[in-house]
Design a binder for this molecule. Structure first.
Ligand code: C6P
Length: 406
């Protein structure tokens, strides 16, 4: 039974007002709100358990270690990884992607190729550009059509023995387009020996993820977009690949032995977890997984898709509105502009005065904005706690903006 009021009651922040109006929070693709269960786990860690992990034989350290490792196993199950040590704690998707691009340095040489797509967030573009600078490799970019759909014919053309990495997102943050990653992975496997990297920042909060079924080499996502605290994230990598590749950061925790003659590295996952981790955050990420599993990921997705359907229909009843991206291929995001209103932030400011939080601008995806020849869009993005009444308020707000700016 999907009880939206019961779900909302778990988010204290949803009761607050903004600019004298009840908060309508529609900026979930930027970060979601956190349920009380997650906040309690986080708070309890600092009030009752705080100690460094994997280091002490004292009780608190052992308890904290057990809690964090329990959380790792919850996340293993959440993405269906084969082993818990394939789950690496990071501080978010950006760190995960930079880590992968860094540890692949020795695997690439001049004129090798890395394939990404036009739909990528800057954090799935810039780390690869940096890798190209380090190695002389080249970036190839799968184009999109006017509906924001990837032109996979180009992937067929691009793939060759030169291809060393294919890195794409599962869901575009700017448009909400769901990319056919199963097909992309199958094509890549058939026509190259490339590493496959999936940016799951916008899919993990909404979809059931099965990394074994996907058969990707890496899968990264952020905790803060799926009801967990900021500064948390996950890098999944296949055991044999993580074992073979070098470490990222050097420091405490990632060594087996260290002397001035040389250092040997710890086994997985610790080889990739140098330094004191975000213990409270990582434990709270496990609580966020519990929160999502309790509702059921299919229920979350069904609700968010119903919201998207409704928002799309209501917004299109208005005149002079342009929504970007093919409707049938989208999830959780409606990205639009008012025809004749060049500056999306003007719309965002009017909505904010009505208590409605949306994101405006380029959404860290300037290539997409350049493709559509726009500076930015207004983006409303949904989470499990949003309601149809909130969409009505958004539509009222957009009408008001049209009157004021038109
Ligand atoms: N997108 C948005 O408002 P971090 O910042 O490391 O948690 O996630 C980076 C990132 C990577 N890939 C995709 C597809 C993303 O959507 C994001 C974050 C936010 O759309 C903040 S820019």
């Amino acid at each position: 039974m999907f009880d939206i009021q019961e779900i909302r009651s778990q988010f204290t922040i949803l009761n607050r007002e903004v600019n004298g109006k009840p908060l309508v929070y529609l900026d979930n693709a930027a970060t979601s709100q956190k349920p009380n269960s997650v906040l309690e786990v986080w708070n309890q860690y600092y009030t009752d358990l705080n100690a460094n992990v994997h280091r002490g034989i004292h009780t608190l350290s052992q308890l904290a270690t057990e809690e964090m490792e329990l959380s790792r196993r919850k996340i293993q199950k959440f993405i269906n990884a084969k082993h818990d040590f394939e789950v690496i704690f990071t501080k978010g998707t950006t760190e995960g992607l930079n880590l992968i691009a860094y540890i692949l340095t020795q695997k690439l040489k001049k004129d090798d190729e890395i394939i990404i797509s036009y739909l990528e967030h800057h954090s799935n573009i810039v780390p690869w550009q940096l890798l190209c600078e380090r190695t002389g490799a080249k970036l190839r970019v799968i184009p999109i059509d006017e509906n924001g759909i990837l032109q996979l014919d180009y992937l067929d053309q691009f793939l060759s023995e030169k291809t060393k990495v294919v890195s794409v997102n599962q869901v575009s943050n700017a448009l909400g387009i769901v990319n056919p990653i199963e097909e992309i992975i199958a094509k890549t496997r058939k026509n190259s020996n490339a590493y496959v990297v999936i940016d799951g920042a916008q899919s993990a909060p909404h979809f059931t993820i099965d990394v074994q079924k996907l058969n990707c080499d890496f899968f990264v996502f952020s905790g803060h977009k799926m009801y967990a605290p900021m500064g948390t994230g996950i890098l999944y990598g296949k055991q044999e690949i993580l074992e073979e590749l070098p470490p990222f950061h050097g420091g405490g925790e990632m060594i087996a032995t260290c002397s001035f003659d040389g250092t040997t590295y710890a086994g997985l996952p610790f080889k990739y977890e140098a330094g004191t981790p975000n213990v409270g955050g990582n434990i709270a990420l496990g609580a966020a997984v519990d929160f999502m599993e309790k509702i059921g990921r299919q229920n979350i997705q069904n609700h968010e898709n119903a919201l998207l359907e409704y928002a799309q229909r209501k917004l299109l009843e208005l005149e002079n509105i342009k929504i970007y991206g093919e409707k049938a291929k989208r999830t959780g995001v409606v990205s639009f502009n008012l025809v004749g209103v060049g500056i999306s932030s003007d719309v965002g400011m009017i909505l904010d005065k009505m208590g409605i939080a949306v994101r405006t601008g380029h959404h860290c995806t300037q290539p997409i904005m350049n493709f559509f020849n726009i500076a930015g869009t207004v983006r409303a993005s949904f989470a499990v706690y949003n309601t149809f009444e909130e969409i009505d308020k958004l539509v009222e707000g957009v009408k008001k903006a049209q009157k004021m700016l038109g």
